[in-house]
Design a binder for this molecule. Structure first.
Ligand SMILES: C[S@@+](CC[C@H](N)C(=O)[O-])C[C@H]1O[C@@H](n2cnc3c(N)ncnc32)[C@H](O)[C@@H]1O
Length: 394
């Protein structure tokens, strides 16, 4: 199944893409190596990297885990060829290379103490299925590490370059169209939780040019990514030109800086008894009324007190009624009634469903009294749309 990473779509030149991926490993390695060293892993472990690219990451891992054995799984033949050369010096006996798609792993690929998917899950079509597959390949107490981008929090510079927002918007547009997940960074711990992993950790891996050096940052970027977006029609030439100029000005500024984040999540496979989890669905009760209850009618603006009282008592906020009485209700604003930005949406859906009244959320939250706002809003709605609700004329 095709995902959103094909080396020739990221660059016009595979050698340039291999170089970029290598620098991207170097850029984050200091922090990422600390992550692996903190996991408390034994020395003779079996490590699988899926979507291993040119193999630079495994080379780095072999330096901090010299006794480990590795499986490198990669689908791109140019990268696999590059890996064979890279590993030929000193790592031939330690790394088993498998060329293939991780959406159909061979049966012998199993029994790992550490599995890593770095900048891969964002490119596969069905992340949850892949994460579930990878979880099954772990030994008991084995760890799965996912590292990905979230393109809403990507590269930042000083001086600021506004066009970077358009570049990443275009980038995300293309990846989404191809079936990728450019905002998946935030979802990584949930993917691990849903596949039954335990003891989940999550954090960002943030690097800064003042610490890492600008050269490392610049090496990890490539104008080829932007050019491919122009070529495919996702980014205009004008934006690309403006971006290139501002990028060059930024670099020459004496206080220039670059900052970038990746996100990681780590989970551990327990004893195997744990059921797969799915996110608990919290179903809001706003759309339904209490069983057997009859809604108060709305015949005149005065009826709003009864309706709001009914709503608070039966649907949303019974606790606030311990502190106010029906007479006081007319003087209350939304904060007095505990109607916050979430509750106001529930109220608006309930009013529309039951009374065909549309409210403006900001207006209700700002109104000096909720009843005053509802009364005037029902007049507006009825005069605009001639609503003749089931509950009587307004
Ligand atoms: C952005 S690169 C990251 C490479 C490497 N993990 C790194 O961090 O440098 C993504 C890699 O995942 C590989 N990939 C994407 N989808 C894959 C799949 N379904 N099966 C195997 N490899 C895949 C791509 O070919 C590419 O080498």
């Amino acid at each position: 199944m095709k995902g959103s990473y094909v080396s020739t779509e990221f660059s016009m030149n595979v050698a340039d893409e291999i170089r970029r991926l290598g620098k991207q490993v170097d850029l984050f390695w200091k922090k990422e190596s600390e992550l692996y060293l903190s996991l408390g892993l034994a020395s003779h472990i079996r490590i699988l990297e899926v979507g291993s690219g040119p193999g630079y990451y495994i080379k780095k891992l072999s330096e901090i885990f010299p006794e480990a054995s590795f499986t490198s799984m990669e689908m791109d033949s140019s990268f696999v060829e590059f890996q064979r050369t890279l590993f030929s010096e000193g790592l031939v006996d330690k790394v088993k290379i498998i060329q293939g798609n991780l959406e159909g792993l061979p049966a012998e690929v199993t029994g790992y103490d550490l599995i890593i998917a770095r900048l891969v899950i964002e490119h596969v079509q069905k992340p949850s299925e892949i994460v579930a597959e990878l979880t099954h390949l772990l030994n008991e107490n084995g760890k799965l590490v996912l590292i990905d981008n979230d393109f809403e929090n990507h590269l930042r510079t000083f001086p600021r370059i506004e066009e970077l927002n358009q570049l990443y918007k275009a980038y995300c547009g293309q990846r989404l169209e191809e079936g990728g997940h450019p905002y998946i960074g935030r979802q990584l711990p949930v993917l691990l939780r849903n596949s039954g992993l335990e003891d989940i950790h999550f954090d960002s891996i943030c690097v800064h040019s003042l610490i890492e050096g600008s050269d490392l940052f610049l090496g990890a970027e490539s104008s080829a990514v932007g050019l491919m977006l122009v070529k495919k029609g996702f980014l205009s030439k004008e934006i690309f030109d403006a971006l290139s100029r501002k990028w060059s000005e930024m670099i020459t500024h004496s206080d220039h800086l670059l900052m970038r984040e990746l996100y990681y999540a780590v989970g551990t496979r327990g004893s195997g008894n744990r059921q797969l989890q799915t996110e608990e669905k919290t179903s809001s009760n706003f759309a339904s009324n209490s069983p057997g209850e009859t809604l108060p009618p709305l015949n005149s603006v005065e009826d709003w007190s009864a309706i709001l009282w009914y709503y608070l008592e039966n649907i949303e906020k019974p606790e606030v009624l311990d502190e106010i009485n029906k007479q006081e209700l007319v003087d209350c604003d939304s904060f007095d009634l505990g109607i916050d930005s979430l509750a106001v949406v529930d109220l608006s859906v309930w009013l529309e469903k039951n009374y065909s009244i549309k409210i403006e959320i900001t207006e209700l939250l700002q109104a000096s009294t909720v009843i005053g706002y509802l009364s005037s809003s029902s007049e507006i709605t009825s005069s605009n749309s001639n609503i003749d609700s089931d509950h009587g004329e307004i």
